[in-house]
Unconditional design. Structure first.
Ligand SMILES: NC(=O)c1ccc[n+]([C@@H]2O[C@H](COP(=O)([O-])OP(=O)(O)OC[C@H]3O[C@@H](n4cnc5c(N)ncnc54)[C@H](O)[C@@H]3O)[C@@H](O)[C@H]2O)c1
Length: 337
């Protein structure tokens, strides 16, 4: 009997690719999402790519009664928790909303998991917990010092999950610090589909290349980096999804307590380098302007991926060229659900 895994935020960018990867590995995913940043229209694509039926539960993660119903209706044995708010700049002006959904949502989930006797959880944390540590690449032993509200909400959740596992040895928790999930499914059928203006670099590039947006706005060219633009560790979303399934298998079978792992390629690329690679992928120039720095941003962020290799036997297998080629293929197919 395949295991049922609840994927909160499973209609979103990261969650939907995890759903596909779970199905590919013989699990039966169930999606819970309120579609505040996604759309139920993704379901038919998701099922076509995953090759299985995927039940969808429409619910806010903070709704404990809806969560109870989900655990009652499906024999869920584990949860991958991706539901949350993720925009660093937006988080600076909406702290209440970000704490409410990211922290409050996780408290509600943990409460209901406890009631249901389900103790295996993989949490989609983020590189933003580190902040500007000055360490590049950064490994998991570096003390987090988030420089944004988003990062602080992620760190509060991480610490809560460690406290939970400390208090009760039944919990098996993976805390995965994703760096910059990017690209799209190689089928061209799934990808990042932000509502309204895109805030992440790859969808911004795709929309400019497709003529849907005028210029790429580069958020500052006076950072302390070789070309003055921010450096990030871009990791292909399918590689990231693979890591989540490995982490699920690892914590479920071999790990009590909390396992914290960075998920990045280990290589940093500046905004201008990504622009050049995207121009190669789409075969056209990207018009760009220099705008102001975004609140909460930092100059460099890059993972040391050794722990992921050692604990999960995982490494990023797709480079920036595949990230740009897949993001462009998705955009040419419409870039939306
Ligand atoms: N994309 C990134 O750059 C990145 C990097 C590291 C970590 N993460 C983390 O991974 C997770 C998923 O990111 P993503 O890029 O897929 O974002 P996303 O916005 O595409 O997906 C999040 C999903 O959660 C849903 N959601 C939001 N609030 C909800 C609520 N209250 N109840 C139920 N569902 C809700 C949204 O509708 C959406 O489908 C987030 O927690 C994010 O912080 C993202």
């Amino acid at each position: 009997m395949p295991e049922r895994v609840l994927v909160t935020g499973g209609a979103g960018f990261v969650g939907s690719h995890i759903v596909v990867e779970l199905a590919r590995n013989g699990y039966q995913p169930v999606v819970l999402d309120d579609f505040s940043a996604s759309t139920p229209a993704i379901r038919s694509r998701l099922e076509a790519v995953a090759g299985v039926a995927v039940p969808f539960i429409t619910s806010d993660i903070r709704d404990v009664n809806a969560l109870r119903a989900a655990f009652h209706d499906y024999p869920i044995t584990a949860v991958i928790h991706c539901a949350g708010l993720k925009k660093v700049a937006e988080s600076q002006s909406r702290p209440l909303g970000y704490y409410d959904v990211n922290v409050g949502g996780t408290l509600a989930l943990a409460q209901v998991m406890g009631e249901a006797g389900v103790a295996t959880l993989v949490y989609s944390s983020a590189a933003s917990v580190y902040g500007d540590t000055g360490e590049v690449p950064v490994d998991e032993t570096v003390a987090p010092c988030p420089s944004s509200v988003h990062g602080r909400t992620k760190l509060v959740v991480e610490n809560f999950l460690r406290d939970l596992a400390q208090a009760n040895a039944n919990w098996r928790i993976g805390v995965l610090r994703g760096f910059n999930p990017s690209g799209a499914h190689s089928s061209g059928m799934m990808g990042e589909a932000p509502r309204g203006p895109a805030t992440h670099l790859l969808p911004q590039l795709a929309r400019v290349a497709a003529g849907e947006a005028a210029d790429l706005v580069i958020c500052g060219d006076d950072w302390d980096t070789p070309d003055g633009t921010c450096i990030r560790d871009y990791v292909h979303v399918q590689d990231l999804a693979d890591a989540f399934v490995r982490a699920l298998r690892h914590v479920a079978s071999r790990h009590n307590g909390t396992l914290t792992v960075n998920l990045g390629s280990g290589a940093g690329h500046s905004v201008l380098e990504v622009v050049a690679e995207f121009e190669r992928a789409c075969g056209r120039p990207i018009p760009r302007v220099i705008g102001p720095r975004r609140p909460g941003d930092i100059a460099r962020s890059c993972a040391n991926p050794q722990q992921a290799a050692a604990k999960l036997d995982w490494r990023a297998t797709r480079g920036l060229d595949a990230i740009c080629a897949d993001a462009w293929r998705w955009q040419r197919n419409g870039g939306r659900y």
